[in-house]
Design a protein. Structure first.
Length: 141
């Protein structure tokens, strides 16, 4: 008897192994995506800090927003001489204020213009930071 091809059992074993490997790959990619979003959050906060420091140097205070505003939203998408505003700013310090890469947001507040606070949430741990973080003129904590 000439046996050509694979048995049903052999095919099922191969399919099970492929399924297991693909599941492991998806799990590994999920954590890599989480780390990438967290790294982008930290980078975004540093960029906004720099733009706000330039604004402070020129204007003598930070943009005043007594209640928390969502950076990167339609109404707070750029930073120019008149503060945070909608898109299409003229002479911007930051032409496009970044929005959170995930489902969270960056919340900016500055009650009196002498200091500011930007609240964000990390999904994991990056450089010893985790959970709720705050960017201010003194750095990110």
């Amino acid at each position: 008897m000439n046996k050509k091809g694979f048995t049903l059992i052999e095919l099922l074993v191969v399919i099970a192994i492929i399924g297991l490997l693909s599941t492991l790959a998806v799990v590994a990619l999920g954590s890599a995506r989480e780390k990438a979003r967290d790294s982008k959050r930290l980078s975004d906060l540093r960029q906004v800090q720099t733009a706000l420091e330039l604004y402070y140097t020129d204007q003598g205070s930070y943009p005043i927003e007594e209640s928390a505003v969502t950076l990167g939203s339609t109404d707070y998408a750029c930073l120019n001489a008149s503060g945070l505003g909608a898109t299409g700013c003229t002479s911007p310090y930051m032409g496009l204020v970044p929005a959170d890469p995930g489902s969270n947001s960056y919340a900016y507040t500055s009650a009196d213009g002498t200091t500011f606070s930007i609240a964000a949430t990390l999904e994991g741990t990056v450089n010893g930071l985790e959970g709720n973080i705050t960017a201010s003129p003194s750095g990110i904590q």
